[in-house]
Design a protein around this ligand. Structure first.
Ligand SMILES: Cc1cc2nc3c(=O)[nH]c(=O)nc-3n(C[C@H](O)[C@H](O)[C@H](O)COP(=O)(O)O)c2cc1C
Length: 319
């Protein structure tokens, strides 16, 4: 199934369209998985139709209860979460969540997670042909997998293998979401491109922890969690830039994006699109504000298209 975007720019409107594989987005702004629920939670807080795409909370084969609380804690310039990938499971997602999402007339990208290659494949098969599913985002940052307990997100061979397995059973674009908790992001990006990914999104959260000094105990029941928000933006920018040096498929930048300026920096560094995550908790209209700000920038700078920003970072002045 190919998603047909019927919301191209009207005359006089700046051209904000970008492409992720065969998927054309009306603008480069999406919501990051796990920070926007299944979108209905935000319908009274913002205009969902203004989004380039919605990326929903990660879906597994079976429902998952998640980790015990406390599982979110605020830190300097960001937050730590250890939600534990709580979700309703793929079958309930299809029957209970997808009809609403499809009705939004905005591309819906389903974020998936699995404990084995077969599980990733099975979830993808079940999502294949479901009306409204415009893309699959493969989260390979899950802790452990069957095959020798190796994390997909840290092993280029496993990352490529899961990408290929998903691609084989899927007709919509496949975006592979990389973990920043690796030694060499270039190696991971290259591996998933070779595995057949249509696009790469980066980054997921950085592993961190917080301690309550009075109680002398970790703030999270899970002890460690994923750090997100403005604290990780410089790391994310660097990783997008690094990846852009070694792959030719479109990149999607994620990490601490709160404003149009943040988003445009990611595009200069090489991202074709961006995702707004933790900012949704601070300002539920954040993603809409980012779209408005990008539109204003394109008008003010008199750009032919926002696509001019992609990879436009000037390095010539250094030498
Ligand atoms: C509460 C919470 C839940 C998340 N759940 C998921 C998830 O289910 N799947 C996933 O791929 N990423 C998940 N993420 C990671 C975000 O999608 C994003 O990659 C990360 O937060 C960095 O972006 P940000 O700094 O804009 O939040 C989650 C993040 C947060 C804060």
């Amino acid at each position: 199934m190919e998603f047909v975007n019927t919301r191209g720019p009207e005359s006089g409107e700046p051209d904000l369209r970008v492409k992720i594989g065969s998927l054309e987005l009306a603008n480069p702004v999406m919501t990051a998985s796990g920070t926007f629920g299944y979108a209905s939670e935000f319908e009274e807080l913002m205009n969902l139709q203004k989004l380039g795409a919605v990326i929903v909370k990660g879906i597994s084969l079976e429902p998952r209860p998640g980790n015990p609380p406390p599982r979110i804690v605020e830190t300097a310039c960001g937050m730590l979460n250890a939600i534990g990938l709580q979700n309703v499971g793929v079958d309930r997602f299809i029957t209970e969540k997808m009809p609403y999402l499809h009705g939004l007339n905005v591309p819906v990208i389903v974020n998936i997670l699995g404990g084995s290659i077969e599980e990733y494949r099975e979830i993808t098969k079940r999502l294949e042909g479901v009306p409204g599913v415009a893309g699959i985002e493969v989260n390979i940052s899950c802790p452990n997998v069957k095959e020798g307990g190796v994390a997909f997100g840290g092993d280029p061979k496993m990352a490529a293998a899961v990408t290929t397995a998903v691609k084989e059973v899927c007709s919509v674009p496949v975006i592979v979401k990389l973990s920043p908790n690796v030694t060499d992001i270039k190696e991971m990006a290259y591996a998933v491109q070779e595995g057949g990914a249509d696009s790469i999104s980066l980054i997921n959260t950085l592993i961190g922890m917080a301690i309550d000094l009075k109680k002398k105990r970790p703030e999270l029941a899970n002890v460690i969690g994923g750090l997100s928000g403005p604290a990780i933006k410089p790391v994310a920018l660097r990783m997008v830039f690094d990846a852009s040096q070694v792959v030719s498929i479109p990149l999607i930048g994620i990490g601490g994006i709160e404003s149009a300026e943040d988003a445009l920096e990611f595009m200069l560094a090489g991202a074709s699109a961006v995702q707004v995550g933790t900012a949704n908790f601070v300002n539920p209209r954040a993603s809409e504000d980012v779209v408005d700000g990008i539109r204003e920038y394109v008008l003010e700078e008199k750009l032919d298209s926002v696509r001019e920003m992609i990879g436009g970072l000037r390095l010539d002045w250094i030498r």
